[in-house]
Design a protein around this ligand. Structure first.
Ligand code: GDP
Ligand code: ZN
Length: 458
């Protein structure tokens, strides 16, 4: 196993002012000790923090005031010796410290290499490793708590339990086939097999059922604001951005720092990106017609449809109603500070069971109600975000679908009265798909590819 010492800047989540340089490997402690002015780090206890200064060993020049954490293997994230150097002086100072460490013989870590080592040393499984990446990119507290749960192994635990059930079923069949003379082992009947596969399939289905919410938490809700010109779309956008802290996503250490505009509305990340021009749509129906605009609008997860309280319903409004019918939208009646000209009964009829919120954006009225409605659209009663095991990762979702498919094929075989040793082939496939989620049956190239997606420094 690799034991050379790697290093990178790894900035912790939510603490922009402090930057951390992390080292892991056989010489992590001795390299740091060489350049550290303070206690002799070679002799300190594991899991202790020390104040001191990093200096340029050739010139003895002080580079930065730091706090250094020393953690000895194996009780560390990578299960190697790990040192974390907390710098306060911003990016310039931190880069300087990194350069000094590199000059001492550490190697710059590849993206995801710390996490890869943790995985290779058996410290975490693959789904947990992926959660580290989600955590870095998490846009809201809820998204972060999903990632944290995954990291502490909840999804893995569940997957392992499902695999165990499938494995026991398969083993049972094997015993029946290999030792037909064992009378005390009950024969795995088609009925028993049917019950088992059904149970596991139901659990997989449940996981897939909440996958959409998980994905939204991770990636943000693609949101379109639509309405006729002048109804207040831009004002709505500005209000949402100002009221709710815009979330800036930066992936540290990469050259292509991705910066997108997200707003966090009560834990729901709205993604106000301009995909296919749906961010703010004035004349989409005019431009491309009802059918095609429906197609475009379907790509958004949420539509905020604005009407003017101070105006009668127009043909254009009716076309918009047509375009959004059956989609996830919230109707916003704006400009309630002005005289009513809008036929509210007619509006209610058109909106059916969709939520209607009245606002005066100019007087900042109704905004709370709107935010509540947005949050409720995605966290409705039966979805308990506090306790759910979310699946938010596309790779996991695909594997779950494949595992489910294989179980369904097994169930078909059972209905057709196929022999058990044939049915169990599908059950075994399902077991393998589940295994890929946690990295049990994942190939080396998959692992390399996954870890290379990680951010530098993790
Ligand atoms: P858009 O064309 O749909 O993007 O509409 P804008 O947001 O640009 O707003 C059009 C005009 O309506 C601007 O002059 C706004 O100041 C005004 N406006 C927006 N919201 C309200 C409101 O609640 N009440 C009143 N009286 N005016 C508003
Ligand atoms: Zn506008």
């Amino acid at each position: 196993m690799e034991t050379d010492t790697i290093t990178a800047i790894s900035t912790p989540i939510g603490e922009g002012a402090i930057a951390i340089v992390r080292l892991s490997g056989r010489e992590a402690i001795s390299i740091t000790a060489e350049i550290f002015k303070g206690k002799n780090l070679n002799n300190v206890d594991s899991h202790t923090i020390h104040y001191g200064k990093i200096m340029e060993p050739q010139t003895n020049e002080i580079a930065e005031e730091v706090m250094v954490s020393v953690m000895r293997a194996p009780k560390t994230f990578t299960r190697e010796d790990v040192v974390e150097i907390n710098c306060h002086g911003g990016m310039v100072a931190v880069n300087r410290v990194l350069e000094i460490i590199l000059a001492q013989g550490a190697r710059l870590a590849e993206p995801g290499e710390f996490t890869k080592r943790a995985f290779l040393h058996g410290r975490i499984d693959l789904s947990q490793a992926e959660a580290v990446m989600d955590l870095i990119r998490a846009k809201t507290d809820k998204a972060m708590s999903v990632a944290l749960k995954q990291m502490d192994g909840r999804l893995s635990g569940l997957i392992q339990r499902l695999r165990q059930e499938l494995l026991e079923t398969v083993a049972h069949v094997e015993v029946n086939i290999d030792y037909p003379e064992y009378d005390d082992v009950e024969e795995m009947t088609h009925d028993m097999m049917r019950v088992k596969t059904k149970e596991v399939r139901a659990e997989i289905e449940q996981l897939l059922g909440v996958a959409k919410q998980g994905k939204i938490l991770r990636e943000g809700l693609a949101t379109a604001i639509i309405g006729r010109p002048n109804v207040g779309k831009s004002s709505l956008m500005n209000t949402l951005v100002q009221e709710n802290k815009a979330i800036v996503t930066e992936i540290p250490g990469t050259t292509r720092d991705i910066i997108e505009e997200y707003v966090n509305v009560r834990g729901v990340p709205l993604r106000l990106v301009d995909t296919a021009g749906i961010r703010e749509t004035e004349d989409i129906v005019e431009r491309i017609g009802v059918e095609r605009s429906r197609k475009v609008l379907k790509e958004s997860d949420l539509i905020l449809f604005v009407l003017n309280y101070n105006d009668e319903i127009t043909d254009e409004d009716l076309k918009l109603f047509e375009a959004v019918s059956g989609l996830e939208y919230i109707l916003i009646i704006n400009k309630t500070d002005l005289d009513q000209k809008l036929d509210m009964d007619k509006v209610k009829e058109l909106a059916g069971n969709r939520p209607i919120i009245t606002t005066s954006l100019i007087e900042e009225e109704g905004v709370d109600e709107l935010e509540k409605a947005i949050a409720e659209t995605f966290f409705t009663g039966d979805i308990d975000t506090g306790d759910m095991t979310y699946v938010s990762n596309i790779r996991h979702i695909q594997l779950l679908k494949q595992a489910k498919q294989a179980l369904e094929e097994a169930m078909e075989g059972i209905e057709f009265g196929m022999p058990m040793d044939i049915v169990q082939i599908d059950v075994t496939r399902s077991w393998e798909f589940l295994g890929e989620i946690i990295g049990d049956t994942a190939s080396d190239s998959l692992i390399d590819q996954l870890f290379s997606q990680f951010c530098l420094g993790k």
